[in-house]
Design a protein around this ligand. Structure first.
Ligand code: NAI
Length: 776
């Protein structure tokens, strides 16, 4: 071939990256690995193989961890933890800095090894995976240094179990390990069984950095080893992977007191408006769905294109697909590499074979290499409810549909159980920024896609999981308040006196409060509330699943509250405080009568104070412009979580109610409150205050009755987004188990925990990161 030929064909010649160093490293380890526990590698044992998915060649043999391996790793981490946190932020920062530097020094070895193990193009592992992993350690070296100053009153959780997937093996390791150890935790991490090699090389880097033994432990194996870690004596589980496994982990950890963050699947919309720069949008789409062969949790796998330009856009897209270069992942000119494993190839192929139905499939007419290669695929003409429009394929398969108006685009985009990321393409910045807050997702990219950085939070809403990774917000998942008072224990209601008829006051039957109205219980039953000396204080409704349903429906209808301004919400909370203050003596007397104490006056004062605090925060919990290395904005916006069910503490019946209601409502959420079972009358008196304080109907709902049954009902309701348990710890297990269905956020905090600093405000918000790169 001469130069003229090259100009004529514009063909790229091969530009293979050498695998020699990576192969030599594998040879130097005897191509057989044990685990990395307590600072050294264990002897290799029976297990499984890791193969290069592009060629099928055996790379190394790995060890399947046994229960005693997992136990040893957890013990090593537990033993190392006090010393590690005791080193202080600065010394930890130096270790993280050393790890970042070593990652950079060995960048090419990591990149080649990653590509061999995973099949992703070297262009990606070299330019994205490894640099971002190093960036994560740099950024969190800084966080270790700043912890005392930037996160006062917070302490590490202890030992963190971390389970990661195979799509970004080293990058996910960095996302998990860097923040955890920066905050003074120690870790036991399990890489995915398809891709354990860079994690083991990282173990060697930990040795080179002189990291104290036991701070980082890496055990290899399949899902069974993951289950062992979940069940082990760790304080937190951080998981990234499939929604099905995330749900199983939620169930397995229910009631264990372990903290949990889940970063799960997605079906992210990629919305192209007719005024978009179509060529840029096509180029973005290549990144959105063919980056890493579409094996990306936030892949832009659902194209939504405005009707008027759909034909033109699809034509441009197909032309671009024809030009994608598919082949040897170690070739630097390759756009699309290999899927991770024959199993994944089969899964993707089956999805398309079984799901395409009446859809039209487009694939470039190129010869596919042998190995786990699947062609870039576009499917048009599917209905919104079709399986391929709804389910995560996790492969290079794009489904496309059209919309007419911006509001229709939002409706289709949100028609999914996921909510991880979204891209919006329009040259009209007002339109794009109008759409961004309306999308149910944790990340929105405007005229961009797949932008990530350590400084910006990443994570989802709905069934895409909970918690954020990156930024200050990511650190909340690896720390806790330094000291919290123990959770309350159950309080039995006072019993009826022997001769109840002797002391009956005028009947005062309290109702529930649903949708701004007083409501009778659906059951038709009431329970009697007796004072400590046998006085009949009143009756409250015996709430049931149907009352919960009505309350959640009412809360759903009050969605406008989420769009109200902080200024308005502040005024309403101040007004509630004013009206409560006007009736302070009456509330104090009621609390004293119910509890038999003389603490009512103090409790009412504390409740008014708390209302003021939350009114004050309503317009002050600001978002942030993140310091990302990009010309543009990455803006962290606080959004309400949605509908929050709150189980109030057994004691402190008024303060406990306010502690749940005020922060939730201040941040724009709607609440369903389950008041103290023993002392519910403070709550039922309180709805009269709500009625006179301009609170819109449905924003606050109160359902009285048995907290045990009602809290499980609310936790299993699919239209509830979060449950807070300020009540007794024995309710946690049932709540957390029931919540696994739609993976709602659970905060098992107790009263003191709910009143610690800004914790409740954080729990009441979901951070959405909106990325807006500047133009030229
Ligand atoms: P997976 O969720 O089964 O695996 C992820 C990690 O969890 C691996 O380390 C695995 O060993 C571990 N694991 C598996 N079962 C476990 C259990 N019961 N308890 C604790 N840990 C467990 O994902 P898999 O099977 O590799 O891929 C299946 C599908 O999951 C993919 O096709 C894709 O749709 C989705 N997926 C999504 C990811 C994401 O980032 N959102 C990442 C990987 C997979």
């Amino acid at each position: 071939m001469n130069i003229q030929d090259i100009f004529d064909s514009m063909e790229y010649g091969p530009a293979p990256e050498s695998a020699n160093e990576a192969q030599a490293w594998l040879d130097s380890r005897g191509r057989a690995f044990g685990h990395f526990i307590n600072g050294s590698f264990t002897k290799p044992g029976a297990g499984f193989e890791s193969r290069n998915p592009a060629t099928g060649a055996l790379l190394a043999k790995l060890t399947q961890a046994s229960q005693s391996d997992v136990d040893a790793a957890v013990v090593a981490a537990r033993t190392a933890q006090p010393g590690w946190t005791g080193l202080g932020g600065h010394k930890r920062a130096r270790y993280l800095y050393a790890l970042a530097r070593l990652l950079q020094k060995h960048a090419r070895l990591f990149a080649v090894l990653e590509t061999l193990d995973n099949g992703k193009p070297i262009r990606e592992s070299r330019d994205i995976d490894i640099p971002l992993a190093a960036r994560h350690f740099y950024y969190h070296a800084g966080m270790a240094q700043l912890m005392e100053d930037g996160l006062p009153g917070r302490a590490p959780l202890g030992v963190c179990g971390q389970i990661i997937p195979w799509n970004f093996p080293l990058l996910m390791l960095a996302w998990k390990i860097a923040p955890a150890i920066a905050m003074g935790n120690t870790v036991v991490l399990k890489p995915a069984e398809f891709t354990p090699l860079t994690a083991l090389l990282f173990g060697q880097i930990c040795q080179e950095a002189g990291l104290p033994a036991g701070v980082v432990n890496i055990v290899t194996g399949d899902g069974a080893v993951g289950e062992m870690i979940v069940a082990s004596d760790v304080d937190k589980i951080a998981f990234t992977g499939s929604t099905a496994v995330g749900r199983a982990i939620r169930e397995a950890t229910a009631g264990s007191g372990k903290s949990l963050t889940l970063e799960l699947g997605g079906k992210s919309p990629y919305i192209v408006f007719e005024d978009a720069d179509l060529d840029s949008a096509v180029e973005g789409l290549v990144d959105a769905i063919w980056f890493n062969q579409g094996q990306v949790c936030c892949a832009g796998s659902r194209l939504l294109v405005q009707e008027g330009i759909a034909e033109r856009f699809h034509a441009k897209l197909k032309a671009r697909m024809d030009a994608l270069r598919i082949g040897d992942p170690l070739d630097k000119c390759i756009d699309v590499g290999s899927l991770v494993d024959p199993v994944q190839l089969q899964t993707v192929a089956r999805f398309v074979e079984e799901g395409a139905g009446d859809g039209e499939i487009y694939q470039p007419a190129v010869q596919m290499p042998d190995g786990c290669f699947y062609p870039p695929t576009l499917i048009t003409g599917l209905a919104p409810a079709d399986r391929l429009m709804q389910e995560e394929i996790f492969g290079p398969v794009l489904v496309s549909t059209t919309f007419r108006t911006p509001s229709e685009a939002v409706e289709i985009a949100n028609n999914t159980r996921y909510g991880l990321a979204a891209s919006v393409w329009s040259e009209n910045v007002n339109l794009a920024l109008d759409i961004a807050p309306k999308l149910a997702s944790g990340v929105v990219w405007v005229n961009a896609t797949n932008l990530f950085d350590a400084a910006a939070g990443f994570g989802g809403v709905r069934e895409s999981g909970f918690g954020r990774e990156g930024g200050w917000e990511g650190l909340l998942a690896y720390t806790r308040p330094v000291k919290t008072a123990p959770r309350a224990t159950a309080i039995a209601p006072f019993a009826a006196p022997a001769d109840p008829s002797s002391d009956n006051p005028l009947d005062r039957t309290a109702k529930m409060f649903v949708g701004g109205k007083q409501a009778r219980p659906d059951s038709g039953y009431s329970r009697t509330i007796w004072g400590p000396k046998g006085a009949l204080l009143g009756h409250v409704g015996e709430g049931s699943r149907k009352d919960i349903r009505n309350a959640v429906e009412a809360a759903g209808k009050a969605a406008g509250w989420a769009k109200s301004t902080g200024h308005l919400r502040a005024q309403i909370l101040f007004y509630i405080a004013e009206n409560l203050s006007a009736r302070a003596a009456e509330f104090a007397a009621r609390i004293d009568a119910m509890t038999g104490t003389k603490t009512g006056a103090d409790e009412v004062e504390a409740a008014i104070d708390l209302l003021f605090t939350n009114a004050a925060w309503a317009d002050k919990l600001d978002g942030a412009a993140k310091g990302v290395p990009l010309r543009g904005l990455a803006v962290a916006v606080n959004e309400p979580v949605g509908v929050i069910g709150a189980v109030c503490p057994p004691d402190r019946p008024l303060l406990g109610l306010i502690a749940a209601m005020a922060p939730a409502v201040a941040m724009g959420n709607r609440v369903v409150l389950l008041p103290s079972e023993a002392f519910p009358l403070a709550a039922t008196d309180f709805y009269q205050v709500l009625e006179t304080s301009d609170v819109p109907a449905g924003v606050v709902n109160i359902v009285t009755g048995a907290q045990g049954a009602l809290s499980a009902d609310i936790a299993s309701h699919l239209d509830v987004d979060a449950v807070w348990n300020l009540s007794t710890a024995d309710l946690d297990a049932a709540i957390e188990k029931a919540a696994a269905g739609n993976l709602k956020r659970i905060w098992a905090c107790g009263l003191d925990g709910a009143m610690k600093g800004r914790e409740a405000l954080t729990q009441a918000t979901e951070i959405k990161t909106v990325w807006v790169p500047y133009g030229e």
